[in-house]
Write a protein that binds this ligand. Sequence first.
Ligand code: ZN
Length: 472
Amino acid sequence: MGLAKLIYSLSPAWLQTAMVTAQGFVFNHRRMDVRLARRLLAERRESQWWDEDRFQRYQEIRLRDHITFAATHIPYYKGLFKSLGMNPRDVRTVEDLGRLPLLEKSVIRKSPDAFLWGGKRSRSWNKLFTSGTTGSPMELFSSRESFTRSWSFVFRLREWTGLNDPIFPRRAQFTGRNIIPDKRIEIDRAFWRRNFAGNALLMSTTHLSQDTVEAYAEAIGRFSPELVDGYPSAIQIVARFAMARALELPSPRAIITSAETLVPDDRRVIESAFGCKVFNQYASSDTGAFICDCEEGNLHLNPEFGICEILTPEGRPARPGEEGEIVTTSFCNTEQVFIRYKIGDLAVRGPDEKCPCGRMMPRIEAVTGRVDDILFIPERGFVGRLDPIFKSLNGIWEAQIVQESLERLRVKVVPEPGFDGSSRAALEASLHEKVGPDVDVVIDEVKEIPRGPNGKFQSVISLCKDRYPRMA
Ligand SMILES: [Zn+2]
């Protein structure tokens, strides 16, 4: 533990609030350039109405600049162009970009500094971490300017939701950041801290459980936010609790969910409990792509953010309705550059028809989740989207599937009143339907399910990936 973290963990709640607020202040002034944010937001307000040609022209100009920059200043790409015998000026269009190899996370892990401007870190940069679903998180770097550039897309989305002040709305944020040290829990019984500088209430997702959910609902009620955002797995817990108790929650302007897959049933429950629309935002923490819902509830790729390819396992661009892996080339960041980066998420390409919102930004049908959430079952091949099973059954607070071996799944269930022998049988049956009769299904009733890195809920975990056939 670093010294700052140690001091924080030992401080009383009021001092932690002061520290969270100070961090908010740092965010506003050191990480973020608020004046630049306002200027970029004004630009994005115009560009959102561009037609396809205009977006394409913009992307090509930015792409050429970006590739030339990478080949000049980023050691990995200097070496790559040399070894390919390619001139960076040969990459002029999105099709040309396809001549460059795909970038795997493992390559970055091997020599992270080779992807940095000048090959080394600068103290003036912001440092962030990705969640790293599979363990070790990755360090991400960006300057104040690049950071602001990425955030301008969040601000534009907030404008779409109808917020008056998209930069500093009064917001309740469900965060995986460890803001509540364990030592304080028994003393304060408060699972949130106020960030006065950011006009926000930070709510810890790691402490949200059957025992604490009521306190969360009350805290949101008292705070009365204009915006609720964060992990859908956390927000839906509060929503379901309020529905079950017929509790009235405050009605914010909108809810923005991010960082996890939003399943339709959670969206429905959150919308009715809070009485407002849910906007789903997919912005990979590796700052690779930005995809978000418009007012019509359709997902759009934000083309000014960068180039986002959706590639089938054979490596060709997905057709409308086809699922593929998200591969990103972001224009936002020049301090750390990833080109054609396989981020590890899957999406289904949307239809070519224009969205009723009037924007010509390409459509995405769905962001379907992590590649990691797909299990390999010898009888069935790759099986995805297992977690909706739980939603259709009664008496389950939450559940997690752990693939212990190719032959056995262990399901951890946090039961609610009403979970009995027939619920167990129903759960077993619907799982067997998905994975076949030969896989052993063991159901364990547990009190809680620990959150993964960054406080995210992991509904599916495999412990035997090394026995999977290699995915393309
Ligand atoms: Zn739209």
